[in-house]
Write a protein that binds this ligand. Structure first.
Ligand code: C2E
Ligand code: MG
Ligand code: MG
Length: 305
C-alpha cells in the first residue's frame, strides 16, 4: 500500500506532514489503492458543510441583517433609492460578506427562505421610513433576487404578498436579477418578469456585461434598468477599452428604452464623467458605503432636503 501527503502552507513542522502521510497510508491499506491526502480539498468540503449548518441556524436565530447603499441620481446628486444588501453577523467570525454565503445558500436551497426574508425586511424598512416621515418618500428599494429563487420559488406571488403586507406601491420596489436568469431558462424568466411588471415593480439587470444574455432576449424582456457592472466602471478613467464598453452599454440601454445605474463609483471624477456620458444613476463608495437602516434614512433626509 502507498499513501502520500503533499506539503502545504499549514505545515509548521515535518511531523504534521508525516502524520497526514500515515493517515493516507491507512486509507490506502483498506482501499487497496494509492491514496493522496489532500487537506485543502477535505477542508473545503467540511467548511462548506459547516457553513451550511451555521447559516441555517443563523436564519432561524435572526442573525442576518440588511444594510442599505444609496442609489444617487447623477444629474441632481439626490438620492433616488437604496439597494438592500445582506450581511451575516456571525457570533465568532464577525461579519461575513454575502459573496461567501450567498453561493452556499444557493447550493443548499437556503436561498429560498433567505431571499424571502431579505425582500420582507427591505420593504418593512422602507415602510418604516415612510411612517417616520409621515409621507411616502420619493425613494425606491432595490432587492437582489437569485436565479435559484426565480426557478424554484413563486417570486411574483412573493413580491405581491410583501407589497401588500407593507402597504407599498409596486413602483417603490426594484428587483435586481442577473443575466444568469435569462441564460438558464428564458421562458420562465420572461413569465416571471411579466408578473413582476404586473405588480408595478421595476426590474433591473444586475452586474450587466458579465453574463451572456443575448440581445434579442434583452429586448423582449420587460427590463427597466441596466446596472453596469463595477468591473467596467471602477477603473474606467484612463482605460479606453472600458470607457468604450460603458459607452456602448449606455447607448444600448437608450436604444432599448432602459435607464442605467453604474456600480462601483468610487471617485467624484467618475461620477462627473458618467453623468456627462448620460448614465442616470450611480452607486458606490464615492456617495456612500452601505449603511444601517437608521443611517440610510438620515442620509436620504439630508439629501432630499
Ligand atoms: P451586487 O448586487 O452587485 O451589489 C453591489 C456590491 O458592490 C455590494 O457588495 C456593494 O457593497 C459593492 N459596492 C458598492 N459600491 C462599491 C464601490 O464603490 N466599490 C466596490 N469595490 N464595491 C462596491 P456586497 O454587499 O458585498 O454584495 C455582494 C453581492 O452579494 C451582491 O452584488 C449580490 O449579488 C449579493 N447579495 C447581497 N445581498 C443579497 C441578497 O439579499 N440576496 C441575493 N440573492 N444576493 C445578495
Ligand atoms: Mg444588486
Ligand atoms: Mg452588481
Amino acid at each position: 500500500a502507498l499513501g502520500c501527503a503533499l506539503p502545504d502552507d499549514s505545515d509548521k513542522d515535518a511531523e504534521s506532514l508525516i502524520r497526514r502521510a500515515q493517515l493516507a497510508l491507512k486509507t490506502a491499506k483498506s482501499s487497496k489503492r494509492i491514496e493522496v491526502y489532500r487537506p485543502a480539498v477535505l477542508d473545503v468540503a467540511r467548511q462548506r458543510f459547516m457553513m451550511e449548518t451555521e447559516l441555517r441556524r443563523a436564519i432561524e436565530r435572526d442573525q442576518l441583517s440588511l444594510v442599505f447603499q444609496p442609489l444617487v441620481s447623477l444629474a441632481t446628486g439626490k438620492v433616488a433609492g437604496f439597494e438592500a444588501l445582506a450581511r451575516w453577523n456571525h457570533p465568532d467570525k464577525g461579519l461575513i460578506p454575502p459573496n461567501e454565503f450567498i453561493a452556499v445558500a444557493e447550493d443548499c436551497g437556503l436561498i429560498l427562505p433567505l431571499g424571502r426574508w431579505a425582500l420582507d425586511r427591505a420593504l418593512q424598512t422602507l415602510a418604516a421610513w415612510d411612517a417616520a416621515s409621515h409621507c411616502a418618500l420619493p425613494l425606491y428599494m432595490g432587492v437582489n433576487l437569485s436565479p435559484i429563487q426565480v426557478v424554484r420559488d413563486d417570486v411574483a406571488a412573493m413580491v405581491a404578498g410583501a407589497l401588500r403586507t407593507h402597504r407599498l406601491a409596486g413602483t417603490r420596489l426594484s428587483l435586481e436579477l442577473t443575466e444568469g436568469v435569462i441564460v438558464s431558462d428564458p421562458e420562465r424568466a420572461g413569465r416571471t418578469l411579466e408578473a413582476l411588471k404586473a405588480c408595478d415593480a421595476q426590474v433591473a439587470m444586475d452586474d450587466f456585461g458579465t453574463g451572456f444574455s443575448n440581445l434579442a432576449s434583452l429586448q423582449k424582456l420587460p427590463i427597466d434598468v441596466l446596472k453596469i457592472d463595477q468591473s467596467f466602471v471602477t477603473d474606467m478613467l484612463g482605460d479606453p477599452d472600458r470607457i468604450a464598453i460603458v459607452r456602448s452599454i449606455l447607448s444600448l440601454a437608450q436604444a432599448l428604452g432602459m435607464t442605467t445605474t453604474a456600480e462601483g463609483v468610487e471617485t467624484p471624477e467618475l461620477a462627473r464623467t458618467l453623468a456627462a456620458l448620460g448614465c442616470s444613476t450611480g452607486q458606490g463608495y464615492h456617495f456612500s458605503r452601505p449603511l444601517t437602516a437608521d443611517a440610510a434614512l438620515a442620509f436620504a433626509l439630508t439629501s432630499l432636503g
